[in-house]
Design a binder for this molecule. Sequence first.
Ligand SMILES: [Zn+2]
Length: 242
Amino acid sequence: MLALLTSLISAASASYAGYASMAPTPQLYGRTLTHGSDPTQLALTYDDGPNDPHTRRLLDVLAKHEAKATFFLIGKYVRQRPEIARAIQAAGHTIGNHTYTHPNLIFVSAARLQQELGDCRKALEDAIGAPAPLFRPPFGGRRPNVLRTVRQLGMEPIMWSVTGFDWSAKSSDAIVRKVVSQIDSRRRKQGEIVLLHDGGHLAFGADRGYTVEATRVLLEKYSSSGQSSPGKKFVAIPELTR
Ligand SMILES: [Zn+2]
């Protein structure tokens, strides 16, 4: 009976550990930023770029609303198209490290982890000439050693509080509905960090037209000049009030 109980408990804790290593909010493996404290702020974040042509289209949409966002770039795509990374930076947005080839870091060796983080960091520094101190783990996957290494390299891990599910969305409306329902269900008590994608980790050139259009709708809905009141200010992660 005791053996059965023990195995039940360890099965339960193992499944919690599995959940905590992938889900964006549990803090079992150390604190990571998931949201801000000011409900009038909204931090749009875009992963898996740079991408062509969707990253530049997104920059145009963001510029129309004078919104700032954060882009977590994949190092190998930055090597391929460094000028897009420079365009993101020139537009005043924040760039973060999203590894070099986008593996799930839960399953990589310590040496590979160092290499993924370091190679992306170098690609970013070569492209934009500045350090990128923010990091987002691919698939949200993290473990104590991952977070420790990230911090040792001088980077802060950034998660999210609202998921756009844009990687599988069938329309821009579907993305907007997901995002709006999560923001409104939280009754605006925190500064949300929204997870979206301007690229795809499987291949360069992924179609992110729905995400670009959903971004346009969200900017109109939540900006101060829109119908939703009070309006929100779209900020990059460094400007998010902790
Ligand atoms: Zn990613």
